[in-house]
Design a protein around this ligand. Structure first.
Ligand SMILES: NC(=O)C1=CN([C@@H]2O[C@H](COP(=O)(O)OP(=O)(O)OC[C@H]3O[C@@H](n4cnc5c(N)ncnc54)[C@H](O)[C@@H]3O)[C@@H](O)[C@H]2O)C=CC1
Ligand SMILES: O=C(O)C(=O)Cc1c[nH]c2ccccc12
Length: 355
């Protein structure tokens, strides 16, 4: 990877490579854009295959956070951090060292809990820095809110693609039954949908089968089921040439970040197959909405209103994509970039006036 070319192409402001010897720490903090406010993005910990994979993840996820905030109308920018390590090797020192790196950014980057981090790990990070949210879990953690947002996104897609206000009798395949996926299953079940589920944890799958009457399938069978909706709530990169080839669902709407393996190729493939795709960073904004509101002083009414905007924003994106004959991913990107440009213009005007 040619680093500066990539960063220039994707539009990042700053990428930090954090390294320490004692404790041994390797982390990347990517700050994509702060035009709308400080960069927000949770931190994940993974034993990446190589450093390039870690960097790519941080770059793409942080850009996704910029678009996520802009589409959700939240005045923050986009960032994301990855700690390159096996979650089996967590230590207090490691998280404290990471916290000191975050602190040095003096609030340009605000972080919290993502893949493989626990609330306890985030509390450890917060011993070194105040620029962490979700420590108190005042609002009950972001996952249930994220799931509600995904549910609203599914309803918007059903309205647009199937011209229906109801989910009654629709077949939905849910991949991943973790904090978000299980809550999505509950909402779908309560609204009359028929569930097909998978998880690499047999225990989680069995529990969802017992509780919501779901049909359990093997992890590699979830992509090709004869269902109306596919809801990926586990990992990224699952929309690729292989999985899309056998996909029968009319709608893809789930919580996972970075769902498209290769953005341009696979968003185009979705258009060709007539599958309506709810862009990941629009439908999964519930987590960000939740932590942002927690940060500014939780107001349930305000958070609820922002969450419900996901429904209207998705309908706007679907209509824009149809009208301009572009992918929904491209339409969402356009919407986000317009909002960021407008915010920059207003900021510049304010600066001229105050001079
Ligand atoms: N928690 C939140 O508020 C938000 C989560 N997301 C994204 O949503 C996704 C799910 O998040 P959480 O539920 O919080 O994570 P989680 O870690 O609680 O759940 C993920 C689940 O997926 C399962 N899984 C992993 N690999 C799988 C595979 N190959 N096939 C089937 N199942 C597999 C795991 O066993 C686990 O049960 C992640 O991609 C995350 O980045 C996005 C925005 C906010
Ligand atoms: O939607 C994402 O990918 C997020 O990172 C959202 C999020 C969850 N917890 C946080 C803590 C601080 C900043 C963002 C988040």
């Amino acid at each position: 990877m040619n680093l500066f070319d990539t960063v220039q192409e994707m539009g990042h402001e700053q990428v930090l490579f954090c390294h320490g010897k004692d404790p041994d720490i390797k982390a990347i903090i990517a700050i994509h854009d702060t035009s709308l406010g400080p960069a927000m993005g949770a931190t994940r910990m993974l034993p990446y295959l190589n450093e390039e994979a870690a960097l790519k993840d941080a770059l793409r996820l942080s850009r996704g956070m910029t678009y996520k905030a802009a589409c959700a109308n939240i005045p923050v920018g986009g960032g994301k951090a990855v700690i390159i390590a096996d979650p089996a090797h967590k230590t207090e020192d490691l998280f404290r060292a990471y916290g000191r790196f975050v602190d040095r950014l003096q609030g340009r980057f605000i972080t919290g809990q993502d893949v493989n981090l626990t609330p306890e790990n985030v509390r450890t990070i917060s011993k070194e820095t105040n620029y962490v949210v979700g420590v108190e879990e005042k609002s009950g953690g972001p996952a249930p809110i994220t799931a509600q947002g995904v549910f609203l996104g599914i309803k918007a897609a059903v309205k647009f693609r199937l011209q229906s206000e109801s989910l009654e009798g629709l077949k939905v395949a849910v991949q991943g039954l973790g904090n978000v996926g299980r809550n999505v299953c509950q909402l779908l079940h309560e609204n009359g949908a028929e569930l097909f589920v998978t998880d690499i944890s047999q225990e989680k799958a069995e529990e969802v089968k017992r509780t919501f009457g779901a049909t359990v399938v093997a992890p590699d069978e979830i992509y090709s089921l004869d269902v109306d909706i596919f809801s990926p709530c586990a990992l990224g990169g699952i929309l690729n040439s292989q999985t899309l080839h056998s996909m029968k669902a009319a709608i893809i709407a789930g919580a996972a970040n970075n769902q498209l393996a290769q953005e341009e190729i696979h968003s185009q493939m979705l258009v060709e197959k007539g599958i309506l795709y709810s862009p990941d960073y629009v439908i999964n904004a519930g987590g960000l909405i939740n932590v942002y509101n927690e940060m500014i002083g939780y107001n349930e009414e305000k958070a609820f209103k922002q969450l419900h905007n996901i429904y209207d924003t998705l309908l706007e994106i679907f209509a824009r994509a149809k009208q301009q004959e572009i992918s929904t991913n491209e339409a969402a990107k356009q919407l986000a970039e317009e909002r960021i440009m407008n915010a920059r213009k207003i900021k510049n005007k304010e600066m001229i006036v105050s001079c």
